[in-house]
Design a protein around this ligand. Sequence first.
Ligand code: ADP
Ligand code: MN
Length: 334
Amino acid sequence: LPTRADLIDYQQAVAGHDGTLCDVDGELFIKPCTPAEIAFYESSNAAHQDFADFMPTFLGTLTLDEQQNGQTIDEAGAALIAKHTMPEVVVPTKPSKKIVTDQAVVLENAAHGYVKPNILDVKLGVRLWADDAHPDKKTRFNKVTEETTHKDLGFRIAGMRVWQGHNAVGKDIDAEGYKIFDKNYGRFSVQTANVNEAFRKFIFSESAGIDEELGKLVAQAFHTDVCRIQKVLEGQESRMFSASLLFVFEGDGVALRSAMEEASRSPATLQNGHGNASSEDDEDDELEDTGPKIYSVKVIDFAHAEWTPGMGPDENALTGVRSMARILQELGNA
Ligand code: ADP
Ligand code: MN
Protein backbone atom coordinates (compact mmCIF):
# COMPACT_ATOMS: atom_id res chain seq x y z
CA LEU A 1 0.00 0.00 0.00
CA PRO A 2 1.21 3.52 -0.71
CA THR A 3 2.11 5.34 2.46
CA ARG A 4 3.49 8.66 3.51
CA ALA A 5 6.72 7.45 1.88
CA ASP A 6 5.13 7.79 -1.57
CA LEU A 7 4.62 11.49 -1.10
CA ILE A 8 7.13 14.28 -1.46
CA ASP A 9 7.22 17.81 -0.11
CA TYR A 10 5.17 20.26 -2.14
CA GLN A 11 7.51 23.02 -3.30
CA GLN A 12 5.12 25.58 -4.75
CA ALA A 13 3.06 26.72 -1.77
CA VAL A 14 3.05 30.51 -1.63
CA ALA A 15 1.56 30.84 1.87
CA GLY A 16 0.26 28.84 4.80
CA HIS A 17 1.65 26.14 7.03
CA ASP A 18 4.57 23.87 6.25
CA GLY A 19 3.88 20.20 5.66
CA THR A 20 1.97 20.22 2.38
CA LEU A 21 2.74 17.24 0.13
CA CYS A 22 2.24 16.04 -3.40
CA ASP A 23 2.61 12.85 -5.41
CA VAL A 24 5.67 12.45 -7.62
CA ASP A 25 3.71 13.40 -10.75
CA GLY A 26 2.48 16.59 -9.10
CA GLU A 27 -1.17 15.97 -9.92
CA LEU A 28 -2.25 15.72 -6.30
CA PHE A 29 -1.94 18.28 -3.53
CA ILE A 30 -2.14 16.87 0.00
CA LYS A 31 -2.73 19.17 2.95
CA PRO A 32 -2.76 18.09 6.59
CA CYS A 33 -5.95 19.59 7.95
CA THR A 34 -8.61 19.64 10.63
CA PRO A 35 -11.81 17.57 10.61
CA ALA A 36 -13.70 20.83 10.03
CA GLU A 37 -11.99 21.37 6.68
CA ILE A 38 -12.70 17.79 5.60
CA ALA A 39 -16.33 18.23 6.62
CA PHE A 40 -16.62 21.41 4.57
CA TYR A 41 -15.23 19.70 1.46
CA GLU A 42 -17.64 16.81 1.95
CA SER A 43 -20.72 18.94 2.53
CA SER A 44 -19.88 21.29 -0.33
CA ASN A 45 -19.51 18.41 -2.77
CA ALA A 46 -22.66 16.77 -1.44
CA ALA A 47 -24.99 19.77 -1.44
CA HIS A 48 -23.41 22.92 -2.92
CA GLN A 49 -22.15 22.00 -6.35
CA ASP A 50 -22.01 25.54 -7.72
CA PHE A 51 -19.55 26.47 -4.97
CA ALA A 52 -17.69 23.14 -5.13
CA ASP A 53 -16.97 23.93 -8.78
CA PHE A 54 -14.67 26.68 -7.53
CA MET A 55 -12.98 24.52 -4.90
CA PRO A 56 -10.03 22.33 -5.90
CA THR A 57 -11.38 18.93 -6.92
CA PHE A 58 -11.76 16.95 -3.69
CA LEU A 59 -10.43 13.44 -4.15
CA GLY A 60 -10.76 12.17 -0.61
CA THR A 61 -8.89 12.02 2.63
CA LEU A 62 -5.69 10.37 3.68
CA THR A 63 -4.36 9.24 7.02
CA LEU A 64 -0.71 10.17 7.15
CA ASP A 65 0.44 7.66 9.77
CA GLU A 66 1.73 4.10 9.28
CA GLN A 67 -1.54 2.14 9.56
CA GLN A 68 -3.37 4.32 7.13
CA ASN A 69 -6.99 3.44 6.59
CA GLY A 70 -8.03 6.42 4.50
CA GLN A 71 -7.95 6.52 0.75
CA THR A 72 -4.70 5.40 -0.85
CA ILE A 73 -2.79 7.53 -3.29
CA ASP A 74 -3.54 5.03 -6.07
CA GLU A 75 -7.23 5.43 -5.41
CA ALA A 76 -6.95 9.19 -5.31
CA GLY A 77 -5.07 9.15 -8.62
CA ALA A 78 -7.74 6.98 -10.21
CA ALA A 79 -10.36 9.41 -9.01
CA LEU A 80 -8.43 12.27 -10.55
CA ILE A 81 -8.30 10.51 -13.89
CA ALA A 82 -12.05 10.01 -13.66
CA LYS A 83 -12.59 13.58 -12.63
CA HIS A 84 -15.76 14.08 -14.58
CA THR A 85 -17.45 11.89 -12.02
CA MET A 86 -18.08 13.08 -8.49
CA PRO A 87 -15.27 12.15 -6.13
CA GLU A 88 -16.13 9.42 -3.63
CA VAL A 89 -16.60 10.84 -0.21
CA VAL A 90 -14.47 8.98 2.31
CA VAL A 91 -16.17 8.91 5.67
CA PRO A 92 -14.08 7.73 8.62
CA THR A 93 -15.56 4.43 9.80
CA LYS A 94 -15.08 5.12 13.49
CA PRO A 95 -14.39 8.20 15.59
CA SER A 96 -10.64 8.67 15.58
CA LYS A 97 -8.53 9.58 18.57
CA LYS A 98 -5.58 10.40 16.37
CA ILE A 99 -4.25 13.92 16.53
CA VAL A 100 -5.82 16.11 13.88
CA THR A 101 -2.63 16.43 11.85
CA ASP A 102 -2.89 12.72 10.95
CA GLN A 103 -5.70 13.65 8.59
CA ALA A 104 -5.15 15.26 5.23
CA VAL A 105 -7.29 16.30 2.29
CA VAL A 106 -6.25 14.98 -1.11
CA LEU A 107 -6.96 17.66 -3.69
CA GLU A 108 -6.23 18.33 -7.30
CA ASN A 109 -2.99 20.34 -7.52
CA ALA A 110 -4.23 23.57 -9.04
CA ALA A 111 -0.71 24.39 -10.30
CA HIS A 112 -0.26 21.13 -12.22
CA GLY A 113 0.02 21.16 -15.99
CA TYR A 114 1.60 24.57 -16.48
CA VAL A 115 5.03 25.17 -17.97
CA LYS A 116 5.80 27.93 -15.43
CA PRO A 117 2.87 28.40 -13.05
CA ASN A 118 2.53 31.86 -11.55
CA ILE A 119 0.67 31.49 -8.25
CA LEU A 120 -1.04 34.05 -6.00
CA ASP A 121 -2.82 33.52 -2.67
CA VAL A 122 -5.27 36.30 -1.76
CA LYS A 123 -6.54 35.88 1.79
CA LEU A 124 -10.15 37.02 2.19
CA GLY A 125 -11.93 38.91 4.92
CA VAL A 126 -12.02 42.09 6.93
CA ARG A 127 -12.38 40.07 10.09
CA LEU A 128 -9.99 37.11 10.00
CA TRP A 129 -11.04 35.06 13.01
CA ALA A 130 -13.90 32.64 13.56
CA ASP A 131 -16.22 32.96 16.55
CA ASP A 132 -14.45 30.18 18.44
CA ALA A 133 -10.96 31.75 18.17
CA HIS A 134 -8.92 32.31 21.33
CA PRO A 135 -9.06 35.95 22.54
CA ASP A 136 -5.30 36.33 21.90
CA LYS A 137 -5.79 35.27 18.31
CA LYS A 138 -8.61 37.76 17.85
CA THR A 139 -6.37 40.54 19.13
CA ARG A 140 -3.48 39.45 16.90
CA PHE A 141 -5.65 39.16 13.81
CA ASN A 142 -7.38 42.48 14.46
CA LYS A 143 -3.95 44.09 14.39
CA VAL A 144 -3.23 42.43 11.02
CA THR A 145 -6.51 43.80 9.69
CA GLU A 146 -5.76 47.31 10.96
CA GLU A 147 -2.29 47.36 9.41
CA THR A 148 -3.05 45.86 6.00
CA THR A 149 -5.40 46.02 3.03
CA HIS A 150 -7.79 43.73 4.94
CA LYS A 151 -9.17 46.83 6.59
CA ASP A 152 -10.21 48.76 3.45
CA LEU A 153 -10.38 46.06 0.81
CA GLY A 154 -11.25 42.87 2.69
CA PHE A 155 -8.23 40.93 1.47
CA ARG A 156 -4.45 40.86 1.53
CA ILE A 157 -1.83 39.27 -0.67
CA ALA A 158 -0.68 36.29 1.43
CA GLY A 159 2.08 35.30 -1.01
CA MET A 160 2.95 34.88 -4.66
CA ARG A 161 5.53 33.47 -7.05
CA VAL A 162 6.08 34.97 -10.47
CA TRP A 163 8.33 33.57 -13.19
CA GLN A 164 10.84 36.15 -14.40
CA GLY A 165 12.05 34.50 -17.60
CA HIS A 166 15.02 32.40 -18.58
CA ASN A 167 18.32 33.35 -16.94
CA ALA A 168 16.65 35.74 -14.52
CA VAL A 169 18.69 36.47 -11.42
CA GLY A 170 18.23 38.98 -8.64
CA LYS A 171 16.76 39.65 -5.26
CA ASP A 172 14.28 36.99 -4.09
CA ILE A 173 14.54 35.08 -7.38
CA ASP A 174 14.91 31.32 -6.90
CA ALA A 175 16.97 28.84 -8.93
CA GLU A 176 14.11 28.27 -11.40
CA GLY A 177 13.65 31.97 -12.03
CA TYR A 178 10.58 32.61 -9.87
CA LYS A 179 10.44 35.80 -7.87
CA ILE A 180 9.09 34.91 -4.44
CA PHE A 181 6.86 37.40 -2.63
CA ASP A 182 6.60 35.97 0.87
CA LYS A 183 4.12 36.69 3.65
CA ASN A 184 5.88 39.93 4.56
CA TYR A 185 5.09 41.43 1.17
CA GLY A 186 1.34 41.73 1.63
CA ARG A 187 1.76 42.28 5.34
CA PHE A 188 4.12 45.25 5.18
CA SER A 189 4.82 46.42 1.60
CA VAL A 190 1.36 46.51 0.04
CA GLN A 191 -1.11 49.18 1.05
CA THR A 192 -4.43 50.23 -0.44
CA ALA A 193 -2.71 53.00 -2.41
CA ASN A 194 -0.30 50.66 -4.24
CA VAL A 195 -2.34 47.47 -4.39
CA ASN A 196 -2.95 47.60 -8.16
CA GLU A 197 0.81 47.83 -8.69
CA ALA A 198 1.26 44.66 -6.60
CA PHE A 199 -1.16 42.74 -8.84
CA ARG A 200 0.58 44.16 -11.90
CA LYS A 201 3.77 42.49 -10.64
CA PHE A 202 1.85 39.20 -10.63
CA ILE A 203 0.20 39.45 -14.03
CA PHE A 204 2.50 41.52 -16.24
CA SER A 205 6.09 40.48 -16.71
CA GLU A 206 7.98 41.71 -19.75
CA SER A 207 11.00 39.53 -18.99
CA ALA A 208 8.77 36.43 -19.06
CA GLY A 209 7.15 37.51 -22.32
CA ILE A 210 3.88 38.70 -20.81
CA ASP A 211 3.27 42.10 -22.32
CA GLU A 212 0.37 44.54 -21.88
CA GLU A 213 -1.86 42.81 -24.42
CA LEU A 214 -1.36 39.33 -22.99
CA GLY A 215 -1.54 40.47 -19.36
CA LYS A 216 -4.85 42.24 -19.96
CA LEU A 217 -6.33 39.03 -21.33
CA VAL A 218 -5.24 37.23 -18.16
CA ALA A 219 -6.73 39.97 -15.96
CA GLN A 220 -10.00 39.77 -17.91
CA ALA A 221 -10.13 35.98 -17.54
CA PHE A 222 -9.49 36.23 -13.79
CA HIS A 223 -12.14 38.96 -13.57
CA THR A 224 -14.73 36.73 -15.22
CA ASP A 225 -14.14 33.92 -12.74
CA VAL A 226 -14.02 36.20 -9.69
CA CYS A 227 -17.38 37.66 -10.74
CA ARG A 228 -18.77 34.13 -10.94
CA ILE A 229 -17.44 33.37 -7.47
CA GLN A 230 -19.03 36.60 -6.23
CA LYS A 231 -22.40 35.56 -7.68
CA VAL A 232 -22.20 32.12 -6.08
CA LEU A 233 -21.26 33.56 -2.67
CA GLU A 234 -24.07 36.13 -2.89
CA GLY A 235 -26.53 33.30 -3.38
CA GLN A 236 -25.43 31.08 -0.52
CA GLU A 237 -25.35 31.16 3.26
CA SER A 238 -21.90 30.35 4.55
CA ARG A 239 -19.11 31.78 6.67
CA MET A 240 -15.45 31.48 5.78
CA PHE A 241 -12.72 33.09 7.84
CA SER A 242 -9.24 33.34 6.33
CA ALA A 243 -10.11 31.41 3.21
CA SER A 244 -8.23 32.46 0.06
CA LEU A 245 -8.61 32.94 -3.65
CA LEU A 246 -5.85 30.95 -5.35
CA PHE A 247 -4.94 32.41 -8.75
CA VAL A 248 -2.77 30.41 -11.14
CA PHE A 249 -1.84 31.18 -14.73
CA GLU A 250 0.78 30.23 -17.26
CA GLY A 251 3.77 32.42 -16.45
CA ASP A 252 5.79 31.58 -19.55
CA GLY A 253 4.68 34.15 -22.12
CA VAL A 254 5.49 31.94 -25.11
CA ALA A 255 3.55 29.00 -23.66
CA LEU A 256 0.71 31.31 -22.58
CA ARG A 257 0.32 32.83 -26.02
CA SER A 258 0.25 29.47 -27.75
CA ALA A 259 -2.18 28.04 -25.18
CA MET A 260 -4.50 30.99 -25.80
CA GLU A 261 -4.22 30.57 -29.57
CA GLU A 262 -5.05 26.89 -29.22
CA ALA A 263 -8.01 27.76 -26.99
CA SER A 264 -9.33 30.30 -29.48
CA ARG A 265 -9.33 27.56 -32.13
CA SER A 266 -11.18 25.26 -29.71
CA PRO A 267 -13.35 27.47 -27.48
CA ALA A 268 -14.25 24.71 -25.02
CA THR A 269 -10.77 24.91 -23.53
CA LEU A 270 -10.94 28.62 -22.80
CA GLN A 271 -12.80 28.56 -19.51
CA ASN A 272 -10.82 25.87 -17.77
CA GLY A 273 -13.89 23.72 -17.44
CA HIS A 274 -16.17 26.42 -16.02
CA GLY A 275 -19.24 26.68 -18.20
CA ASN A 276 -18.88 27.45 -21.88
CA ALA A 277 -18.97 23.74 -22.68
CA SER A 278 -20.36 24.37 -26.12
CA SER A 279 -18.53 21.65 -27.99
CA GLU A 280 -20.73 19.41 -30.04
CA ASP A 281 -18.71 16.27 -30.46
CA ASP A 282 -16.61 13.95 -28.34
CA GLU A 283 -13.38 14.93 -30.00
CA ASP A 284 -13.67 18.44 -28.61
CA ASP A 285 -14.50 17.09 -25.17
CA GLU A 286 -11.23 15.23 -25.13
CA LEU A 287 -9.30 18.30 -26.17
CA GLU A 288 -10.77 20.05 -23.16
CA ASP A 289 -8.76 17.77 -20.87
CA THR A 290 -5.53 17.67 -22.80
CA GLY A 291 -5.14 21.27 -23.94
CA PRO A 292 -2.42 23.36 -22.32
CA LYS A 293 -3.45 25.16 -19.16
CA ILE A 294 -4.08 28.90 -19.25
CA TYR A 295 -5.37 29.92 -15.85
CA SER A 296 -7.57 29.00 -12.92
CA VAL A 297 -9.16 30.67 -9.91
CA LYS A 298 -10.04 28.52 -6.90
CA VAL A 299 -11.33 29.19 -3.41
CA ILE A 300 -9.12 27.37 -0.87
CA ASP A 301 -8.44 27.01 2.84
CA PHE A 302 -11.59 25.99 4.70
CA ALA A 303 -10.20 25.45 8.17
CA HIS A 304 -12.76 27.98 9.44
CA ALA A 305 -15.58 27.59 6.95
CA GLU A 306 -19.12 26.33 7.46
CA TRP A 307 -22.59 26.37 5.94
CA THR A 308 -24.83 28.67 7.95
CA PRO A 309 -28.45 28.37 6.78
CA GLY A 310 -30.56 31.36 7.76
CA MET A 311 -27.63 33.74 8.23
CA GLY A 312 -27.52 35.27 4.76
CA PRO A 313 -24.47 35.67 2.52
CA ASP A 314 -20.92 36.03 3.81
CA GLU A 315 -20.46 39.80 3.47
CA ASN A 316 -17.08 39.57 5.23
CA ALA A 317 -15.59 37.35 2.52
CA LEU A 318 -17.59 39.10 -0.20
CA THR A 319 -15.94 42.44 0.61
CA GLY A 320 -12.62 40.98 -0.52
CA VAL A 321 -14.10 39.21 -3.54
CA ARG A 322 -15.75 42.43 -4.76
CA SER A 323 -12.53 44.40 -4.27
CA MET A 324 -10.64 41.78 -6.29
CA ALA A 325 -13.24 41.92 -9.06
CA ARG A 326 -12.92 45.70 -9.28
CA ILE A 327 -9.11 45.65 -9.35
CA LEU A 328 -8.99 42.91 -11.99
CA GLN A 329 -11.42 44.87 -14.12
CA GLU A 330 -9.15 47.91 -13.83
CA LEU A 331 -6.08 45.88 -14.80
CA GLY A 332 -7.92 44.30 -17.71
CA ASN A 333 -9.03 47.65 -19.14
CA ALA A 334 -6.13 49.95 -18.32
P1 ADP B 1 -3.10 26.87 5.31
O1 ADP B 1 -4.22 26.45 6.17
O2 ADP B 1 -1.79 26.35 5.77
O3 ADP B 1 -3.08 28.36 5.06
P2 ADP B 1 -3.96 26.60 2.50
O4 ADP B 1 -5.11 25.73 2.15
O5 ADP B 1 -4.19 28.05 2.48
O6 ADP B 1 -3.37 26.13 3.91
O7 ADP B 1 -2.77 26.22 1.50
C1 ADP B 1 -1.49 26.78 1.67
C2 ADP B 1 -0.85 27.03 0.32
O8 ADP B 1 -0.81 25.81 -0.41
C3 ADP B 1 -1.60 28.01 -0.57
O9 ADP B 1 -1.15 29.34 -0.37
C4 ADP B 1 -1.27 27.53 -1.97
O10 ADP B 1 -0.03 28.07 -2.39
C5 ADP B 1 -1.09 26.04 -1.77
N1 ADP B 1 -2.33 25.31 -2.14
C6 ADP B 1 -3.43 25.12 -1.39
N2 ADP B 1 -4.33 24.35 -2.03
C7 ADP B 1 -3.80 24.04 -3.23
C8 ADP B 1 -4.22 23.27 -4.37
N3 ADP B 1 -5.39 22.62 -4.37
N4 ADP B 1 -3.39 23.20 -5.43
C9 ADP B 1 -2.20 23.83 -5.43
N5 ADP B 1 -1.74 24.55 -4.41
C10 ADP B 1 -2.52 24.67 -3.32
MN1 MN C 1 -4.14 29.68 3.84
